[in-house]
Write a protein that binds this ligand. Structure first.
Ligand code: FAD
Length: 472
């Protein structure tokens, strides 16, 4: 053994860096090991560059409303894709630089190289052997590309490569209608590409509520070609690719794969730790402690495949880091589930999703945004929002939505679910006029009247009511 440390962290992404913050509160005796480019998936090829692209695309798309509203000169606007992609990279570089600036510099505490296990507490990095009392595995994930498709070379794009393109050809197929496929596909369609999205399921952007999903497919289908419910096969032909799905046969120039992400575990030799694996070959670990069996190893971030979104990977890092410097593994509560796909309208899921609720165990309140005042003013009067509530207590259980500015409604609802608020309590908060939140109130009202005793309750509390305080 060349080195002994208290804690070794493998991976300097969001999870690894947040574990590092937690660990360094307690010990200076740690090593961070990183292989591959610095700057985190989020800043380099994930959340941040994708949101820059979406912002530009949505700005450009707004021109259709401007034209109707009396703003002139719109017809001469055009999107120069190569400049847009350069702009995305400009911001990407700023975000990456910010992360790298705040990181430790390569040296004693930060080793560059690929780590693999020789035993439950021993790692090999290059020629160096490191023994650590605890090890945090935070190696992230990578886009899935079927092996056979690798033969198509650079005609296959992933989110790792798309932002690096100098420009993009006209015909693009996106394989995968999850959050990443839908938001990236819609953005590129808005910037002028002919985008077709394929998915083997009939659901988009992670929705499980059939009614919300049906409208999402209809609304997104007005902008993009969507082919759902059939497996995709790819073939190469001269200068293009042919996508086949069910009865559809489509010629495209490039394909963006957005078929999910695989955990980076293959090169870790995790079997050397003696850990158990499930039927999918994933190491078995505890979601609330992140510990791998009873081993001194913790699995944090996308690599554990539990909730591969940023705030959850950061929490994973905190939990793993906290436990890595203690003698027992503490159990942590997880946050109210919150997922947002930045399509327009936003697709958001809060708390318990439709598919997790037993039939007939909940009531549904709905708002149709096509009639909502502020949404009309913004030229965004499309979408539907469902809230789910307990029919007896009125407790808000969750929501699925396709909503203008849904990202903000979702945060409000997450706070209410976290506070175990009932839909009746929620109606007692102030709603300014005219705001999108008034639409949310319509859905909550529709749920409240179905709750036991809900139709008799006043939205304005009586003075002798024990309900929510007022600041009189
Ligand atoms: C296009 C896209 C858009 C997204 N948008 C959003 C969004 O809007 N909101 C949101 O919440 N989430 C979003 N996500 C998800 C989010 O980016 C991830 O959940 C998060 O970045 C994962 O962080 P991580 O620390 O687990 O992994 P990473 O940041 O990937 O870090 C893992 C690190 O470990 C290194 N590594 C791997 N193997 C080894 C080894 N053997 N030895 C040493 N080092 C190793 C890797 O090189 C990498 O640097 C998006 C993801 C993508 C791809």
């Amino acid at each position: 053994v060349d080195r002994r440390v208290d804690v070794a962290i493998i991976g300097a992404g969001t999870a690894g860096l947040s574990a590092l913050k937690e660990v360094s509160k307690n010990t200076e005796d740690y090593v961070l090991i990183q292989d591959g480019p610095l700057g985190t998936t989020c800043a380099r090829v994930g959340c941040m560059p994708s949101k820059v692209l979406i912002q530009v695309a949505n700005d450009f798309h707004r021109r259709r409303e401007w034209e109707k509203s009396g703003l002139v000169g719109v017809a001469s606007l055009r999107a120069d894709l190569s400049k847009v992609l350069a702009y995305v990279r400009h911001w990407r570089d700023q975000f990456v630089e910010g992360v790298v600036r705040a990181m430790p510099k390569p040296g004693d505490k930060f080793v560059v190289g690929s780590a693999r296990f020789l035993g439950p507490d021993v790692l090999k990095v290059g020629s160096m052997t490191i023994r650590a009392r605890r090890i945090v595995v935070a190696t992230g994930s990578r886009p899935i590309v079927p092996k056979a498709w690798e033969a198509f070379g650079d005609r296959i794009l992933t989110t790792d490569t798309i932002f690096e393109q100098k420009t993009l050809p006209q015909r693009l197929a996106v394989i995968g209608g999850g959050a990443i496929g839908m938001e990236t596909g819609q953005a590129l369609g808005r910037l002028g590409l002919d985008v077709t999205i394929f998915d083997r399921s009939d659901k988009v952007a992670g929705l499980t509520d059939p009614e919300v999903n049906r409208l999402a497919v209809e609304i997104f289908g007005q902008e993009l070609s969507l082919h759902l419910g059939a497996d995709v096969a790819l073939a190469a032909a001269d200068d293009h690719l042919v996508v086949e799905a069910g009865s559809v046969r489509l010629k495209v120039d490039k394909v963006l794969t957005a078929m999910g992400r695989a955990p980076n575990i293959e090169t870790l030799d995790l079997h050397e730790t003696g850990c158990a694996f499930d039927e999918h070959g994933q190491p078995v670990y505890d979601h609330s402690t992140l510990q791998l069996g009873a081993l001194p190893v913790f699995l944090a971030g996308d690599v554990n495949q539990h909730r591969p979104i940023l705030h959850e990977t950061a929490d994973d890092g905190r939990i793993a880091g906290y436990n890595a410097v203690r003698n027992e593994a503490y159990c942590f509560q997880r946050r109210v589930p919150l997922a947002i796909a930045f399509c327009e309208p936003n697709v958001c899921i809060v708390g318990r999703r439709f598919s997790e609720l037993a039939p007939d165990s909940f009531v549904v309140g709905q708002i149709d945004f096509s009639r909502q005042g502020r949404a009309k003013i913004m030229g965004e009067s499309r979408g539907i929002l469902h809230v789910y509530a307990d029919p007896k207590s009125g407790e808000l259980l969750g929501s699925e939505m396709l909503a203008p500015r849904g990202e903000h409604l979702a945060h409000l609802l997450a706070l209410a679910v976290m506070g175990h608020m009932s839909v009746i309590d929620l109606l007692r908060m102030p709603f300014y006029h005219p705001v999108i939140e008034e639409g949310l109130r319509t859905a909550i009202r529709a749920a409240a009247v179905q709750v036991k005793g809900g139709s008799e309750r006043q939205e304005v509390a009586l003075c002798d009511s024990s309900a929510v305080s007022s600041l009189n």
